[in-house]
Write a protein that binds this ligand. Structure first.
Ligand SMILES: [Zn+2]
Length: 163
């Protein structure tokens, strides 16, 4: 597996050590750095939700989890090229300094998991953050009691992304 080059999301290419993942990896596959380097509290919530969803025969597949700064920078450069400017790219891909993927606090899930979490995620503190990214989930522990916060239209509206 070492040295394997994988196709990342948004057209970037990444090695496993940079957080690239093969297709079909689940939230339990911690032999992959892209899964293993997720923040422990996010990981715990994901696995609890995935276990419950498994009773409905839903599998939580991870398209992207933790990413190295290098991987994030590649994605960002590809997005700037695709969308034409840093401002336009910011609606889809954060910089390495601001990305919640680089800190291990975000996960991009397959459509089955995202659909399940859109109905049941708040009970686990798992929330969709951006309206334009139905696959992107982060932990919001207060959601367990109060429900998920209102979504931002896209990441460019998120104060955390303005640094
Ligand atoms: Zn994401």
């Amino acid at each position: 597996m070492a040295g394997a080059v994988l196709r990342g999301d948004h057209g970037g290419r990444a090695h496993l050590d940079d957080g690239g993942l093969p297709n079909g990896v689940t939230v339990f596959a911690d032999e992959y750095p892209g899964v293993a380097n997720l923040a422990p509290d996010l990981m715990g919530a994901l696995r609890a939700a995935a276990t419950e969803a498994g009773n409905d025969a839903i599998q939580f597949r991870v398209n992207s989890g933790w990413r190295s700064r290098e991987h994030q920078n590649r994605l960002r450069r590809a997005a700037v090229a695709k969308y034409g400017s840093p401002e336009a790219a910011a609606r889809w891909v954060a910089t390495a300094d601001t990305s919640a993927h680089v800190s291990g606090n975000a996960v991009d899930l397959g459509p089955d998991a995202a659909a399940w979490l859109s109905a049941h995620g708040a009970a686990y503190g798992l929330c969709q953050i951006y309206r334009n990214e139905p696959w992107h989930y982060e932990l919001r522990p207060e959601a367990i009691e109060h429900g998920c916060p209102a979504m931002y239209p896209d990441p460019a509206h998120d104060q955390r992304m303005r640094q």
